[in-house]
Design a protein around this ligand. Sequence first.
Ligand SMILES: Nc1ncnc2c1ncn2[C@@H]1O[C@H](COP(=O)(O)OP(=O)(O)OP(=O)(O)O)[C@@H](O)[C@H]1O
Length: 275
Amino acid sequence: MSRSLPDPEGSAPASSRETDPQKIPAAFQIEELRVAFGSRPVLHGISLEIPARQVTGIIGPSGCGKSTFLRTLNRMHEFTPGVRIQGRVRLFGEDIYDPKVDPILLRRRVGMVFQKSNPFPTMSIQENVLVGLRLAGIRNRSLLEERLEEALRMAALWNEVKDRLHAPGTELSGGQQQRLCIARALAVRPEVLLMDEPCSALDPIATAQIESLIRDLREHYSIVLVTHNLQEAGRTADFTAFFLEGKLIEFESTKKLFTNPHQKQTEDYLTGRYG
Ligand SMILES: Nc1ncnc2c1ncn2[C@@H]1O[C@H](COP(=O)(O)OP(=O)(O)OP(=O)(O)O)[C@@H](O)[C@H]1O
């Protein structure tokens, strides 16, 4: 049964925002990226330029390789047994798979937020936010305090937690815990934020807060957002890439992709014919 295309209301980038991804400097330039687990290929030669300081949504049916793709952008597959990665991923011009690149330093530049919020259970709110800076060897108290407030404000959480910074992170609500994880990622001042279905475990109010936060954060960060929720991509992403069976089918401004897709497969997906 065919359904109508989802309404991308609210997704239209403001008229001042560029809608042609080719005209925006790239955060990531991905060329012929192939990933296989053992003998099983999962990504089949993805080439894509992810524009800087925009939200790029990655959509597609379950199992099409969205998370696998996202994890290649900060070398999260490093320790996956049997993984094979070919092709090139450049971050602001630098090949992130060059043997000279330290994956730990890379992950400070490319932060990640997961589907299920994962504050460290034995740590306070403050410790959770500062853990990355402490691991980086920063001990200066006033700098740590400054970054703590900065990250919590950017994650729109400061006002809710400023009087209980020493309470356990796990005492917060689900939506607050997810914003805490975003603050933790932001505290090290990354250039890019990768988000893997960050709202899928949240109620509609917490989801709306995180989506609004994502839109605000694009002023400072390049964001790649994997979501299986088309409405969420419509509300949040400036540009959207549609993946199917490990291939990139179409990449366009969200408004164009949702209202006037070039590819039949995209239209079939948007109208509910796949997954
Ligand atoms: N570590 C791994 N080892 C082996 N196979 C894997 C591994 N990670 C992912 N895969 C396989 O790769 C394929 C793509 O998985 P991936 O999680 O990237 O898809 P997805 O589009 O994010 O799906 P979903 O929307 O369900 O999260 C799946 O068939 C999955 O089983």
